[in-house]
Design a protein around this ligand. Structure first.
Ligand code: CAA
Length: 261
């Protein structure tokens, strides 16, 4: 039996940690216990030296249909503010140093869309439906949607999505660059995400960590500071064993055996 009530955790390929949201009766609505389990599973995998990248997915019908509306409906300002409601979600992005690929099939609405956007790479299948329908519930996105969606697809499109509550089709998500790739079927989407994670996990974990860090910096810094930041980290990698291993292997036409140091 799984140690989690709302998740299935497995290792489908060497170096890959797969987490599947598993609350089918509620279309994977993201209740607080589920988010706490997700944090715990990611922390465990993050600490595991044999894991190089993660895939997060849901079911064919729903990646996640949002935060749990039934859990939220009686919240007051004091209870939401006092308990820092949703704050636990931020953990997902702040502590995770290894790459996370989100593979979206079915509904990714509200908090589900926000969770998907926390992935470093987003993939989806033709069956995916994205949206931020919070406006229809008398609220607004609360787990970063207004910020991440706007950065991903631009202000005018994000305004349209958030203000009308209309869904984004998979095709549109692909054309707008919300996702990196649109696969035909859910199985192809998951297989594609696992294959990408396996490839990432086959590289030096030091270099992968640095690459993720510098791309993320581009979200916060201006171009000049960002390029300087990148240069510092790039120079720093010449102090790693894996830089020596990687370049020596190239020069000798060998396959590198990474030390992850
Ligand atoms: N919270 C709690 N329960 C949910 C849920 C959610 N976000 N989404 C679906 N469910 C439950 C339904 O209540 C239903 O439960 P019962 O069988 O007990 O009635 C079950 O999941 C199946 O859902 P439906 O019967 O509604 O399935 P459907 O196929 O007819 O419709 C859907 C699917 C269009 C996704 C519809 O369920 C829906 O609109 N869900 C809500 C989407 C939404 O508004 N999400 C945003 C939430 S707010 C938020 O996320 C805030 C934030 O930014 C953090």
């Amino acid at each position: 039996a799984s140690e989690y009530q709302y998740l299935l955790v497995s290792r489908p390929k060497p170096g890959v940690g797969l987490i599947q949201l598993n609350r089918p009766k509620a279309l994977n609505a993201l209740c607080t216990p589920l988010i706490l389990e997700l944090n715990s599973a990611l922390r465990t995998l993050q600490a595991d030296k044999t894991i190089g990248a993660f895939v997060l997915t849901g079911s064919d019908r729903a990646f996640a249909a949002g935060a749990d509306i039934k859990e939220m409906k009686d919240l007051t300002f004091s209870t939401a503010y006092g308990a820092d409601f949703i704050e636990a979600w931020s953990d997902l992005v702040t502590f995770l140093k290894k790459p996370l690929i989100t593979a979206v099939n079915g509904y990714a609405l509200g908090g589900g869309c926000e969770l998907a956007m926390m992935g470093d790479i987003m993939y989806c299948s033709q069956k995916a439906v994205f949206g931020q329908p919070e406006i229809k519930l008398g609220v607004i996105p609360g787990a970063g949607g207004s910020q991440r969606l706007t950065k991903a697809i631009g202000k005018s499109r994000a305004m349209e999505v958030i203000l009308t509550g209309d869904n984004i089709s998979a095709k549109q998500a692909g054309e707008w660059g919300l996702v990196a790739r649109v696969f035909e079927t859910p199985q192809e989407c998951l297989d594609g995400a696992i294959a990408a994670a396996e490839k990432i996990a086959s590289f030096s974990q030091i270099a992968v960590k640095a690459a993720k860090e510098v791309v993320n910096k581009s979200q916060d810094l201006g171009i000049r500071e960002g390029v300087e930041y990148e240069r510092r980290v790039f120079h720093g990698l010449f102090g790693s064993k894996d830089q020596k291993i990687g370049m020596k292997a190239f020069a000798e036409k060998q396959k590198p055996e990474w030390s992850n140091e």
